[in-house]
Design a binder for this molecule. Structure first.
Ligand code: CDT
Length: 311
């Protein structure tokens, strides 16, 4: 029997610093309804969906930082998303900033979840590759303080049986690292959800700026192709509090082709009907890992040559 699922990416336009959760959730609900009307089984929202991307600003005020985070999921302000998902019978993927006390101390993570069509959380991921810096750099047009505000995720790259296949999550900067997809690919992932907040301008390397959209697609297309899976890239886009963020949300097939792409830098829903067996076709031939992959040789080469001295 054919395994197909209709996936939607709900790109978000900018969120102002003063926009409250109720307003953002209203935007998300509108896109959830639109996705359902377009035939989607699952709607995917970006990284840190519920607020402006605050790691662009420095503060030492703990309470101010905590205000960007969710203490519970669902909480009173996000419960409507879960209720509407159940009413519409649609799954969703949501990125948010998580305040966690389960380890006996306060921890902050850049987190995403998978929710099934009954409104139940079935999977959670905490971002592993945190970009940027932890020190204050006041001379730059904006900062990238993820290393200051988040801990490295402690849940690994997991997969879950969901939406008719096997689903996994990565978050933004993770998409630039082949290991992220490979760990999921080794677990037979069919679809990977990846929300992102990516500025057009890279203050530490402005010569990269003109290639931002190319690198976005290059990373996700190669991740999809080399791991025989669908990848859904979901942007927070547009001019947000003076920071221009790339758009280009897209849905990528296991053959590496982009099959749907956003055309705006605002709230926009795109959908694609995804044949999960297209992934199986690549996984059983070109990228049959059991037959063709040679991990013992990768280890031997590293052991023999050691780590090159960067000079
Ligand atoms: N949010 C996030 O991870 N952003 C980073 C910016 C790094 S600049 C290359 C990203 O990889 O898009």
């Amino acid at each position: 029997m054919a395994r197909t699922v209709t996936l939607a990416a709900a790109q978000m336009g900018p969120i102002s610093r003063s926009e409250d959760r109720a307003s953002v959730v209203a935007r998300l609900l509108a896109m959830m309804r639109q996705a359902k009307a377009m035939g989607a089984d699952v709607v995917a929202y970006p990284e840190a969906t519920l607020t402006a991307f605050f790691p662009h600003w420095f503060t030492e005020d703990e309470a101010e930082v905590d205000a960007w985070f969710e203490r519970e999921m669902p909480g009173p302000q996000t419960q409507p998303l879960f209720d509407e998902a159940r009413r519409l019978a649609i799954g969703f993927h949501l990125g948010y900033c998580e305040l966690d006390f389960s380890a006996g101390r306060k921890r902050r993570f850049n987190t995403s979840i998978l929710v099934d069509s009954s409104g139940t959380i079935i999977g959670k991921y905490r971002k592993i590759h945190l970009p940027g810096h932890s020190d204050h750099r006041p001379g730059t047009p904006f900062q990238n303080l993820e290393k200051r505000y988040f801990e490295v995720g402690d849940l690994g790259f997991g997969v879950w049986r969901a939406y008719g296949g096997v689903a996994g999550m990565i978050i933004c900067n993770d998409r630039r690292w082949p290991e992220s997809y490979r760990v999921l690919g080794l677990q037979g992932v069919d679809m990977v959800f990846c929300g992102y907040n990516t500025p057009v301008h890279h203050p530490a390397a402005p010569d990269h700026d003109r290639l931002g959209q190319f690198h976005n697609e290059l990373s996700m297309q190669s991740g999809a192709y080399q791991n025989s899976c669908w990848v859904v890239g979901i942007a927070k886009a547009g001019m947000e509090e003076g920071v221009d963020m790339i758009a280009g949300s897209c849905i990528i097939a296991p053959n590496g082709e982009i099959v749907a792409r956003a055309t705006s830098a605002d709230d926009e829903v795109i959908v694609a009907r995804c044949d999960l067996d297209l992934g199986r076709s690549y996984r059983e031939t070109t990228f049959n890992m059991a037959i063709h992959r040679r991990p013992e040789h990768y280890r031997m080469i590293v052991e023999r040559t050691g780590r090159p001295d960067p000079g």
